[in-house]
Design a protein around this ligand. Structure first.
Ligand SMILES: Cc1ncc(COP(=O)(O)O)c(C=O)c1O
Length: 306
């Protein structure tokens, strides 16, 4: 389903038709990027549909807003209901869902203290982070640096932060690779354009510490899976050459899910195919998001879709 074919969009409390769900040209967020959003996914087991880690996504939306000094005019439960209503209204059995909080069109001033705050929820049926993902993707190290912690901050999923990702991704695609690793301002690996990073070395799972990257829910999920399987998990500073010589590298995100990386900067990673641990995380994750792993069903929010 293309975005243009979406039937209903939730906008400020109402489910509107695609044509009617519009915002004003002077929408402050459109001009300067101060807004926050989430990327959430629902999955079907063939019978029922479930949103994965809905509460944690909504909590992060509120955390992002707090970081950006925006007060969301809805409660946590109202945002959950808006998300659920949008999926049901579009009858989506599996969906990518994007709630976005933005500032109104009262003025184009940089002083946003008096602006109204709005919420939209868009849901559609597909999100393909990388077309050839299952076999492993190719990545480079980007020429762009990730945001400094005291410039844009990285714990918020803030609209404007993604200009950096868009520039880096365009450069990646033009260079013929699927995605890039952005390094932080000290030169250590932070994250991909829309995903967190993991590597496996000698049976230990490593991921960059949280200082310069988003606290991804898929990152947290994989770390939990690993710990529950008795695998040692270490978050630490990681250099680009550590990635080159790792046994396995993969990236994680709601959109990306778990994507194996088979080549970095023209160097083959490990055996050049999907690593054993990576594959087992992929298998578990695909079962888990469909409520088929009994130990983790607390993360599956069941939807009322016929
Ligand atoms: C910059 C960035 N890092 C990491 C992630 C992964 O986060 P999550 O697993 O919560 O989707 C995302 C995806 O939303 C992202 O945009």
């Amino acid at each position: 389903m293309s975005i243009r074919n979406i039937e209903k969009i939730w906008l400020d409390g109402e489910l509107k038709s695609n044509e009617d769900a519009v915002v004003h040209c002077a929408t402050n967020t459109l001009h300067y990027g101060l807004g926050v959003f989430e990327g959430i996914r629902s999955y079907s087991d063939g019978e029922n549909s479930y949103i994965f880690r809905l509460d944690e996504h909504v909590k992060r939306l509120f955390d992002s807003a707090l970081i950006m000094n925006i007060t969301i005019p809805y409660t946590h439960d109202e945002v959950k209901r808006a998300i659920e209503d949008t999926i049901v209204a579009n009858n989506l059995k599996e969906a990518y869902i994007k709630p976005m909080v933005y500032l109104g069109s009262e003025s184009l001033s940089l002083d946003t203290r008096e602006h109204t705050v709005h919420l939209m929820v868009i849901a559609w049926s597909a999100y393909n982070y990388a077309s050839n993902g299952a076999q492993g993707i190719k990545m480079n190290v980007s020429s762009f640096t990730r945001h400094h912690v005291n410039i844009a901050m990285t714990k918020a999923k803030a609209n404007g932060n993604y200009m950096n990702s868009q520039l880096a991704l365009r450069e990646a695609k033009n260079a013929g690779v699927d995605d890039v690793f952005l390094l932080d301002s000290d030169g250590y690996v932070s994250e991909a354009t829309g995903a967190n990073v993991f590597m496996v070395s000698n049976g230990v799972l490593y991921t960059p510490e949280l200082a310069n990257c988003l606290n991804g829910l898929t990152r947290q999920t994989v770390m939990q899976l690993a710990k529950d399987a008795g695998i040692e998990v270490v978050s630490k500073r990681i250099t680009r050459d550590e990635l080159y010589i790792a046994d396995e590298v993969f990236i994680t995100g709601t959109a990306a899910e778990i994507l194996p990386v088979c080549e970095i900067d023209n160097r083959t990673v490990g055996k050049g195919c999907v690593g054993e641990l990576t594959q087992s995380f992929i298998n578990d994750y695909q079962l888990m998001v469909r409520a088929k792993l009994p130990n983790y069903t607390r993360w599956n929010y069941k939807l009322n879709i016929l």
